[in-house]
Design a protein around this ligand. Structure first.
Ligand SMILES: CCCCCCCCCCCC(=O)SCCNC(=O)CCNC(=O)[C@H](O)C(C)(C)COP(=O)(O)OP(=O)(O)OC[C@H]1O[C@@H](n2cnc3c(N)ncnc32)[C@H](O)[C@@H]1OP(=O)(O)O
Length: 237
């Protein structure tokens, strides 16, 4: 499995740069300031297929895109940087200019989108607003290895946090995340994270999810999360 993953990656590296919108490899090695001054890179939607996506991931993606046609589901776009409005919302609560330099902040990006195609987190989230649930399709690449041949639990936890967070909306923070890792996830495989909002209690959002294999036969993890809507009266800094 790992050998096919590596072979796949070799062709990905050969292909990238030819793909529209893909930053060239040489450019990615330049200082972050140059990378982030490129509008095309900042505004690129990363939750779309690229050559590193396996057959399973592409197939599931196509199935969910079909479900989007009647409006019951929507694909959530994913950017390296939050929109200006979102950033402003969070800045109000957390950003003490004494703690984070403006120049550093201008380099900030969502760390799950900081890898070359196929090497790290490849994922897309679909949301059903009426049912208050999301489905995240996730393929963890070779740079997310923990135990040899297996996905690192922290990478799984990251995706679970993002998947649960995608059920919330608005300015929220994770207060509690509880994960039961039941089976190890093979590196480069595709998993499906089904998340739902279970309860809303004031500012508290109680969520849960499970992580399964594409054929649904393997239950990899189960998790619950508590997210808190930020209180405009409070600032954490
Ligand atoms: C595709 C796009 C997707 C995009 C989706 C992207 C999602 C990305 C997700 C990334 C999220 C993160 O990484 S977030 C980073 C990791 N998390 C953090 O750093 C959070 C650090 N903690 C905090 O800043 C704070 O504790 C907050 C904001 C969570 C809560 O502070 P607060 O606003 O002052 O609220 P507070 O009064 O303390 O609590 C409100 C109520 O919640 C309860 N409460 C608070 N914390 C807990 C807790 N751990 N366990 C139980 N209960 C708790 C309190 O008892 C209270 O209940 P009651 O008295 O009202 O009953």
């Amino acid at each position: 499995m790992l050998r096919s993953c590596t072979a796949g990656l070799r062709s990905i590296w050969a292909l990238r740069g030819r793909r529209e919108g893909a930053p060239r490899l040489s450019m990615d090695l330049q200082p972050a300031r140059r990378l982030f001054s490129t509008e095309k890179v900042i505004h690129k939607d990363w939750a779309l297929p690229n050559p590193s996506w396996s057959k399973d991931l592409k197939l599931l993606f196509d199935q969910f895109m079909k479900k989007c046609e009647d409006g019951s589901w929507e694909r959530l776009p994913s950017y390296k940087r939050r929109s200006t409005q979102e950033s402003e919302d969070f800045k109000t609560y957390f950003l003490d200019p004494k703690l984070v330099e403006e120049e550093r902040l201008s380099q900030a990006q969502l760390f799950t989108r900081g890898f070359e195609d196929g090497l790290g987190f490849e994922y897309v989230i679909f949301k059903n607003n009426d049912e208050k649930r999301t489905v995240c399709l996730f393929q963890g690449g070779p740079y997310l290895q923990g135990v040899p041949g297996l996905l690192h639990g922290g990478a799984m936890a990251t995706m679970i946090d993002i998947a649960l967070g995608s059920c919330t909306g608005g300015a929220v923070m994770t207060a509690n995340l509880n994960i039961n890792f039941k089976r190890p996830v093979p590196l480069c495989s595709v998993v499906v994270i089904n998340s739902q909002l279970d309860k809303l209690e004031g500012r508290k959002l109680f969520l849960s999810c499970n992580v399964r294999s594409v054929d649904e036969k393997t239950l990899y993890s189960e998790a619950t999360g508590l997210f808190i809507k930020l209180d405009p009266e409070k600032s954490s800094t």
